[in-house]
Design a protein around this ligand. Sequence first.
Ligand SMILES: Cc1cc2nc3c(=O)[nH]c(=O)nc-3n(C[C@H](O)[C@H](O)[C@H](O)COP(=O)(O)O)c2cc1C
Length: 402
Amino acid sequence: MLKDKNIVLGVTGGIAVYKAADLVSKLIKQGANVEVIMTEAAMEFVNPLTFQTMSVNPVHTGMFNKIEKFDVEHISLAQKADVILIAPATANTIGKIANGIADNLLTTVVMASKAKVIFAPAMNTNMYNNPIVQENIKKLNNLGYKFVEPGVGRLACGDYGAGKMAEPSDIVEYVVSSFVKKDLLGKKFLITAGPTIEPIDPVRYITNHSSGKMGYSLAKCALDRGAEVTLISGPTSLKAPKGVNLVNVKTTEEMFAAVGQYFDLCDVLIKSAAPSDYKPEHINTEKIKKKDGKDDNIDLHLVRNPDIAQYYGNKKTNQIVIGFAAETNNIIEHAKRKIKKKNFDFIVANDVTKEGAGFRSDTNIVTIIDNKGKLNSLPLMDKKGVANIILDKISDIIKNKS
Ligand SMILES: Cc1cc2nc3c(=O)[nH]c(=O)nc-3n(C[C@H](O)[C@H](O)[C@H](O)COP(=O)(O)O)c2cc1C
């Protein structure tokens, strides 16, 4: 994801410096070239050798070091950076940059560069909540500098509160998303994900194997590409991407109602959930007891749930509506029938019995079929890759409409 990208990582003097070594490793795994600048305070915590070894590059520490070759370090670093990431970012360095101070290599590189600058603040809660620090962050935000918000938790100083540096994996994710094209900027996406559950009695329910991974990947990628995303999710074990409007539902009826709340104002509806088609006609208010005796079977009578995709597909005005067809046989035939009946712009069909495709897997093998019957069969890909191809197609439809 970060192949051929030059990341200048500014490491400043906070206790979270130790996490920056992991950050370097994660950035390199994504293909980035990482050049580390350490402040003097940072070197009190960790020896530059750590970062030199992790980044496989010399570590830059001072502006007035003996010049080995003619290369004004702060200018060459400022020019080669695709992104300047400062992690951990101390209150001191944030304050200096907010106020135009360039008195060490890092602050001077920031001053001399046109690259995007991302801060991952890390400090004691009282420091973080200090109005001066907050004012500096606000000023930088208004000037287009970016912040990966610190988490809340137990801090190294023993206090509990905001100020804990974001996890390296979240910082890397933020950096990756900063390179993503914003072709869906401001578009309102409504995405459904996961299974629904239909209660039988207070302790039992009917559900399916949907994990929600496809819908959550779509939500994350759409967000990264600038969309405003409402994610209507059945019960899953997944963490919703930061920035989505998450609406939790349990049953198909609840999902149907939630879609209805947002549908009129959305530009795109993606129906990647697997809602139950059927539900028990009666929900027992008490736990159904096991029967003893000759006839110890019970009958469960199921009735139809509303067909969310069909209802909203046929209700659409200007919206783009995308459906999913998870099938076990005659995939293309079933999908083609669905696309007509449900008035989709296109459908994403997959054979859930195939290895690497379907519900719980991190990968998928899909065929995209448009409303003119054109097929695009994709190879085995991770769900993020599939999500971006689906979003490319939506982006093309939006462009052709305008
Ligand atoms: C043990 C210790 C831990 C520190 N942790 C932090 C911290 O987490 N965040 C912070 O803003 N400052 C922290 N400081 C204070 C900074 O090191 C100090 O403000 C320093 O001037 C920062 O310089 P720099 O921004 O150039 O790296 C800590 C200081 C010490 C001695």
